[in-house]
Design a binder for this molecule. Structure first.
Ligand code: NCD
Ligand code: ZN
Length: 347
């Protein structure tokens, strides 16, 4: 830990979030907007946000749910399917509705049933995206049931990521929420057109934590946390300051009853304390001097955007993460690290 008592950085952005819709959107959005200037909004609603009209309407609902006085810009994404319309994506990108498109291999995660069943089915779309400079965001896990869940990201690199990057040499790609040393190494072998987001929970927990003293559904997400050696590799990458790596929480709220269930949903709700938790990790790694690059500069540089103009300040000060967040429909969501005392606080 450093002796620093406060840290001021450019306002950060979150390059991977799930905001949901309706009452959950209203409950979740203020936490993200309090910290981040912009966020890449994932399109895995039910039904998914596949077209530019649906994305524009979703963006309006997000703005409508934004509390007065908070400035926040949602950056919308298209959910790719076997039948995606390349022209609609290109029009949406041109008119600033879409910032990127998201590849969910069908069946890989929450609300991915309409995802892509074979990457060959979207080669035409990828060609168009390469041509217009529209980034492809990838949930990098194979869905082959014969592949062990802890190996799905590693196998995806060789089966899908590498061949796709070779085929589309100009396509910009974000390897989302990386969880393995293999993904860190792979991204480092690529040029600046390949980036990777790293969540705060993958920097803080390993797979044993999910089973510490009993099964802990609020630590379950996809890709699932891996062995300790992978967590350490992610911490090294995130705190390196290298341009490839940037902040993406993958905050993914599910109600307590959907999590604490015989078949609990994947997703960790880290938004209530995300920036503070990342700061704690950087502090523990004695890398607070790299925090602004990871949180506020590398992401915009990858996306070809300016960093935010304003700044935020974090102070070394204890506070306790809320036990629970109430949703207007009467349900509740449990934040990541609920009830834990954190050592950094966003002013
Ligand atoms: C996400 C969700 O709940 O939408 N869940 C998760 O575990 N991360 C989907 C995703 O990003 O995989
Ligand atoms: Zn996600």
């Amino acid at each position: 830990m450093s002796n620093k008592e406060s840290l001021t950085i450019r306002r950060p952005d979150d390059w991977h979030i799930h905001l949901r819709d309706g009452a959950m959107l209203e409950a979740a959005l203020p936490y993200t907007a309090r910290q981040f200037g912009r966020a890449i909004v994932m399109p895995n609603l039910a039904p998914p946000v596949t077209g530019s009209q649906a994305a524009a309407a979703y963006r309006e609902r997000i703005y409508a749910a934004l509390p007065d006085g908070l400035k926040f810009e949602p950056l919308m994404t298209a959910y790719l399917t076997d039948k995606s319309d390349a022209n609609d994506l290109a029009q949406g990108f041109k008119h600033g509705v879409f910032t990127a498109a998201k590849l969910y291999p069908a069946g890989a995660t929450t609300n991915s049933d309409s995802g892509v069943t074979d990457i060959a089915n979207i080669h035409g779309v990828l060609e168009k995206m390469e041509e217009i400079g529209m980034p492809l965001l990838v949930h990098g896990e194979v869905t082959d049931p014969d592949i062990d869940i802890f190996d799905r990201e590693h196998v995806f690199i060789h089966r899908v990521m590498e061949p796709t990057l070779n085929r589309f040499q100009g396509l910009k790609v974000v390897f989302e929420h990386i969880t393995t040393a293999a993904a860190v190494d792979f991204v480092r072998t690529q040029g600046p057109r390949v980036g990777a987001t790293i969540t705060v929970h993958h920097l803080m927990i390993n797979r044993s934590d999910i089973f510490r003293g009993g099964i802990r559904p609020h630590m379950y997400c996809l890709p699932v946390a891996k062995r300790e050696q992978h967590r350490l590799a992610l911490r090294e990458a995130a705190t390196s300051g290298e341009a490839h790596f940037f902040l993406g929480t993958d905050t993914a709220p599910h109600t307590v009853s959907d999590k604490e269930s015989a078949c609990g949903c994947a997703g960790i709700f880290s938004a209530p304390a995300a920036l503070e938790l990342y700061a704690q990790v950087f502090d523990e790694e004695r890398a607070l001097d790299q925090f602004e690059a990871f949180a506020s500069l590398n992401g915009p540089a990858f996306y070809g955007l300016e960093p935010n103009g304003e700044t935020v300040t974090l102070k070394r000060e204890d506070w306790v993460v809320p036990e629970s967040v109430t949703v207007a429909d009467g349900s509740a969501v449990k934040p990541f690290m609920a009830g834990e005392t954190l050592s950094w606080r966003l002013v």
